[in-house]
Unconditional design. Structure first.
Length: 396
């Protein structure tokens, strides 16, 4: 990761949750063989990234000693460190014990979860393939760029004969091949999010979306969407940072193909934020004061592309995953909004679980937009959302 370092709390890169992220490191062969095995049997090749993330999320529904086999007390010690907010110390304990052979990943459990999640991703793919005729992105990406491709020289160009509507164009630094950035229909954005984003659920209140396109392609290889800042605790985070939440937007979903060229996402964010400002001004509306977004360190995300366009840490909120257990005993990850709808129909349903692995807080990042300037709020204290504050909006 190329996160900038400073002594400022809003700019320091945060540590991962090793109880979760080490699953990824020690299951590379399991995930690869699962993809290969499932493709041979069913003709569907799951995204490696998506399958890893789904496997990690569902693994969190199990207790630490179920995910990690231990011959000593080090799992309990590492768990306590994560619970106390000391993941670096937990990492030291885990890595030392794994190296000495005292701790090992429960590969049988991870393989079972991976196969279940491959089947789930297959169902999602088939649903949206029929509904939206969306492409698979590996072959399409490799047709345009070799692995390691990198974009440079982003510039605005007017679309057609109109001088008030713009897209942005960047070039691959070696080949010069173009990538185009432009606004996209919310229906297309929703289809992409439900098909490819690891949450597989779009926000109902999204207002606008943007995409990155290979030259002469009609379907994007990356998307980003925005909505009002609706949750009260998110509004409180911005207010504490001196930002008016009513004059801000939330970056709700961002996704790009695993084979995208470097810098694609930071360029997409940069274009989107400039375009949002222009569109507001065209409509005689005040441009947004800031953009807020969330990054989950438990899954190994550090928000490098966000930091590259000025985002900084402004708050933290509790993290919890929720699952519905089906009749076969499989644990199906579901978002809080969907879970509330489910529980309204069956309020005493025993088939609902919450994550058992201890999880680090989700990071809330913001960038202030002032003309062409982009910068993070300068804060001495990061706003921490309480558990009560977070749970009070479970149904929204």
């Amino acid at each position: 990761m190329n996160d900038p370092l400073s002594n400022h709390p809003g700019q320091k890169p945060w540590p991962y949750n090793p109880l979760v992220t080490l699953i990824r490191l020690h299951s590379i062969e399991i995930i690869a063989s699962t993809i290969e095995q499932y493709e041979k049997q069913h003709g569907f090749q799951a995204s490696h990234f998506d399958l890893v993330i789904q496997t990690m999320i569902v693994a969190c529904s199990h207790a630490p000693h179920e995910v990690w086999h231990a011959k000593n007390q080090d799992i309990a010690i590492a768990t306590e460190y994560v619970q106390k907010g000391a993941p670096d110390m937990a990492l030291d304990v885990l890595e030392s014990s794994i190296k000495s052979g005292h701790i090992s990943l429960n590969t049988e459990l991870i393989q079972t979860i991976a196969l279940q999640q491959a089947a789930r991703l297959h169902k999602i793919h088939e649903l949206h393939k029929k509904k939206n005729n969306l492409p698979m992105h590996k072959d399409n990406a490799l047709k345009h760029f070799k692995p390691g491709a990198e974009l440079k020289a982003l510039k605005l160009v007017s679309i057609g004969d109109r001088d008030d509507t713009y897209e942005a164009v960047a070039s691959e630094k070696t080949t010069g091949e173009k990538v185009h950035f432009r606004s996209i229909d919310l229906g297309l954005s929703r289809a992409y999010i439900e098909s490819f984003h690891y949450l597989h659920a779009a926000r109902e209140d999204d207002l606008m979306a943007y995409g990155a396109f290979y030259e002469n392609e009609s379907m994007p290889f990356a998307i980003v969407s925005y909505a009002p800042v609706s949750r009260t605790y998110k509004q409180n985070i911005l207010t504490a940072a001196g930002i008016d939440p009513q004059k801000s937007l939330e970056l709700t979903r961002a996704w790009n193909s695993e084979y995208s060229p470097k810098n694609a996402m930071s360029m997409l964010y940069g274009y989107a934020h400039a375009n949002i400002q222009r569109e507001r001004l065209k409509q005689n509306l005040e441009p947004p004061e800031a953009i807020l977004t969330a990054v989950n360190p438990n899954l190994g995300f550090r928000g490098s592309a966000f930091r590259a366009v000025g985002f900084g840490l402004v708050g933290e909120k509790p993290t919890a995953y929720h699952y519905i257990v089906d009749k076969k005993g499989q644990r199906l990850f579901t978002l809080r909004r969907s879970l509330v709808s489910f529980l309204k129909k069956k309020p005493t349903n025993p088939r609902v679980r919450t994550s058992s692995l201890p999880l680090l807080p989700t990071k809330e990042l913001a960038v202030i937009l002032k003309g062409r300037k982009r910068f993070a709020p300068i804060l001495d204290i990061i706003y921490s959302v309480s558990e009560v504050e977070y749970q009070s909006e479970a149904g929204r």
